[in-house]
Every structure is written in C-alpha cells, then in structure tokens.
Design a protein around this ligand. Structure first.
Ligand code: ZN
Length: 107
C-alpha cells in the first residue's frame, strides 16, 4: 500500500466546494452531497457534528472518513409561493455574505 506524503500546506488559502444534487425517486425529495477540499493541495475536509451513515431525512456524513455531507433539502416554495421580496432578501444576504468574506479574507 502506498502512503501519500502529507504536504506542509496549512489548508487555509483557498477551498473548493463540490456539490451534487440528487433527486430521490422513492420519496420525491432531494439530497445535496457536499465535499470540500483544500484547493492548494487537494486534501479533503471532514464534516464535524453529523452522525455517520445514510438517511434521506436526517443530515449525515458519509461513512468513509466523513468527507461527504449528505443533506436532505427541499425548495423553499414547497409549502406555497414565496413572496418576491423574500427571494430578493435571500439573494441580497448571499451577496452581502460573499462581499464580507472577500473583504475579511482578502480574496
Ligand atoms: Zn492544503
């Protein structure tokens, strides 16, 4: 077995988020499978605070070293129409968060 040498990377410069959205045919629901890696060296991050295993209703982390979060999701209009100003507020909040991260992290 080949053991990969760990780099001296501190994993703090840049990160890449990979996500797959799965349509659950049995329940009609959705699942977001999320992975995060250090963009400099490729080291995967593991998710903390989630139980290990598989569930279509509870957030879990994949059994293999916890490097994948499996999150049940649904569109927010599942219970009815969402007011346009609510959607705008959500998008504005995302944009503000992105700007704050750029400023604070000097990206
Ligand atoms: Zn790294």
């Amino acid at each position: 077995m080949k053991i990969i040498e760990f780099t001296r990377c501190n994993h703090r410069k840049a990160h890449r988020v990979e996500a797959d959205i799965c349509n659950l045919l049995d329940s009609g629901g959705y699942m977001a499978d999320i992975r995060i890696v250090c963009d400099d060296c490729g080291m995967p991050f593991r998710f903390l605070g989630l139980p290990s295993g598989v569930s279509t209703t509870i957030p879990m982390r994949g059994a293999f070293m916890g490097v994948e979060a499996c999150l049940p999701i649904e569109p927010i209009d599942i219970d009815g129409p969402v007011p346009e100003n609510t959607l705008k507020a959500i998008k504005d909040t995302w944009a503000e968060s992105a700007e704050r991260r750029k400023r604070e992290w000097k990206l």
